[in-house]
Ligand binder design. Structure first.
Ligand code: SAM
Ligand code: CA
Length: 238
């Protein structure tokens, strides 16, 4: 059953709109090989991906290889408290929650009740709902509230994947919420390659370009910008 679901989801991944994600760095053939040779997707994650693939905005979901990478990171750093800024249908929260110890926690931030209803269904199904707390509302307000409640320096890992223009705000608040040595992962820092094209100057592209420059010149952190998915920057708070 699990293998069937995984195979079906993988087929839809290769045929579906996530294909464009692979084209940024790999041929379709290499991307297929990449997944077949490295993906170990939990069956509930695969099911969630199959359900999300039916939605018109399914491209907002992270790819399964990225989820697996986030899960590995969380284990490598021994994270316990984590933040997921931009939940959508819950894939990144679920991938991280599955990697956390039993007493681990994900605080998920989103504004969309309908999409996060789907998320909650799959968190339950995977048996990790007790590790995930959903905060509906503007993510910046949620992060401010956490700081007001005394949560400064208490998070080990933060994934930033919500509205791109607010990345600088999420970054600054995340630096306060993170423990020293804690890790931020920032998604979509390549914007499909548009950040590198000086002729593209729409609001989101410019915002991400400026954000990337801000992190590069920030001596409070160490960084590595990885060519995985749509570009993922790892940022360690010194
Ligand atoms: N990480 C998710 C996953 O693994 O599927 C994908 C996140 S999706 C790219 C971005 C999400 O950010 C959407 O669900 C959207 O509702 C949410 N969002 C957009 N603006 C927001 C805001 N101001 N505050 C909180 N969430 C926001
Ligand atoms: Ca993303």
């Amino acid at each position: 059953m699990a293998i069937e679901i995984r195979a079906r989801a993988r087929t839809s991944l290769l045929k579906g709109n996530t294909m464009s994600r692979s084209n940024l760095f790999m041929s379709d053939q290499l991307y297929s090989y990449y997944l077949e040779s490295s993906l170990r997707e939990h069956p509930v994650l695969a099911e969630l991906r199959a359900e999300t693939a039916k939605m018109s905005n399914s491209q907002m979901q992270i790819g399964p290889e990225e989820g697996q990478f986030l899960a590995l990171l969380v284990k490598l750093i021994g994270a316990k408290r984590t933040l997921d800024i931009g939940v959508f249908t819950g894939y990144s929260s679920l991938a991280v929650a599955l990697a956390l110890p039993e007493n681990g926690q994900v605080i998920g931030c989103d504004i969309n009740e309908q999409w996060t209803e789907t998320a909650k269904k799959y968190w339950e199904k995977a048996g990790v709902a007790h590790k995930i707390q959903l905060k509906l509302g503007q993510a910046s307000a949620t992060l401010e509230n956490l700081l007001d409640e005394g949560d400064e320096n208490s998070f080990d890992f933060i994934f930033i994947d919500a509205d791109k223009k607010n990345y600088p705000t999420y970054y600054e608040l995340s630096l306060k919420l993170l423990t020293a040595g804690g890790l931020i992962a920032v998604d979509n820092v390549f914007q499909g390659g548009r950040v590198a094209d000086p002729n593209v100057n729409d609001g989101t592209t410019v915002a991400i370009r400026d954000f990337n420059q801000k992190v590069l010149t920030d001596n409070r952190v160490e960084l590595a910008m990885l060519p995985i998915a749509d570009g993922l920057t790892l940022i360690r708070k010194i």
